[in-house]
Design a protein around this ligand. Structure first.
Ligand code: JAH
Length: 284
């Protein structure tokens, strides 16, 4: 996979040479190109911003350097038949989810465009859409000073799904949200995971749950699912309602025609956790 990043702070991406992603880049499994937007300015001050038409606070990124940068980077090519997907982080984008990470991990070539200030002139994304696919995404409901940290976050979420990058191919399939293992999701699809434990089996008078030492793999799987259901009920009621109602995801990417994800035992655990799980209670 090839990942190009256009930014006014190339040094922000030093972390891409660390840890699992750094190793994958050394092996050539991922190739990164980090490009300074100011390379495509032509004035002595290398200006990338200007004041907004219509007035208001802050500055807007000028379209001309972005147009030239995207033309230049997109013309570099990533092999035959491999057009880039341009991803633009912005607080106004669609929510970036594990589904996006899995879909982006299957792309041969991604280009990330990092805005700063009040964002990039609106014509840049429109113009880019005339020659490539463009997605504007948000990693959460807060405002950053620029898109760079969002690109580091998305790059990590994407690259850990690439074959050979995580090291343990199994752990991605059973992650919280459970989309790592394929289109139908893992055993924990739509839930966050419960707690994990390691040695010692007693620590500061706290015992590891006995079932995890029992060797009864069915009982362990059941206990883990119950823990996941309780933690999801506690921390992510939005995810529980989605499972109960089968409601289309807000990101519009919900797979169609999936089997019911909660059986009677699951519903009993949720009821005990204080959730209304009958059809009447859940309906809107
Ligand atoms: C801020 C350009 N969803 C998080 C997020 C992503 C991008 C930005 N802020 C928040 C941002 C300023 C300029 C992008």
């Amino acid at each position: 996979m090839r990942i190009d990043i256009i930014t006014i702070f190339p040094e922000y991406f030093g972390p891409l040479s660390v840890s699992l992603i750094g190793k994958a880049a050394e092996r050539g499994d991922i190739s990164f190109g980090v490009h300074d937007l100011r390379n495509w300015t032509h004035d002595v001050h290398r200006t990338v911003d200007d004041s907004p038409f219509g007035g208001g606070p802050g500055m807007v990124m000028k379209p001309e350097p972005w147009g030239e940068a995207l033309d230049a980077v997109a013309s570099m090519g990533a092999g035959p038949g491999a057009g880039p997907l341009l991803v633009i982080p912005t607080p106004t984008g669609v929510p970036f989810t594990q589904r996006h990470a899995a879909r982006y991990a299957a792309e041969p070539w991604l280009i990330f465009a990092c805005g700063r200030y009040e964002g990039i002139d609106g014509r840049v994304a429109d113009e880019a859409r005339s020659s490539m696919r463009v997605e504007e995404v948000s990693i959460g409901d807060y405002v950053l000073a620029g898109g760079e940290p969002a690109v580091l976050v998305m790059t990590e979420a994407i690259c850990r799904l690439l074959p050979g990058v995580l090291g343990n191919a199994e752990s991605a399939a059973d992650d919280s949200f459970g989309f790592g293992g394929g289109s139908s999701g893992g055993r924990m699809a739509g839930l966050v995971e419960g707690p994990a434990y390691t040695r010692p089996r007693a620590w500061r008078d706290r015992e590891v749950p006995a079932v995890l030492l029992s060797g009864d793999h069915r009982a362990i799987a059941r206990w883990r699912r119950d823990s996941a259901l309780r933690r999801t009920a506690q921390n992510r009621p939005d995810l529980v309602f989605r499972l109960l109602t089968g409601s289309a995801a807000a990101d519009g990417e919900e797979a169609a025609g999936e089997p019911p994800r909660l059986d009677d035992h699951d519903r009993a655990v949720l009821t005990e956790a204080g959730f209304p799980v009958t059809g009447e209670d859940v309906a809107h």
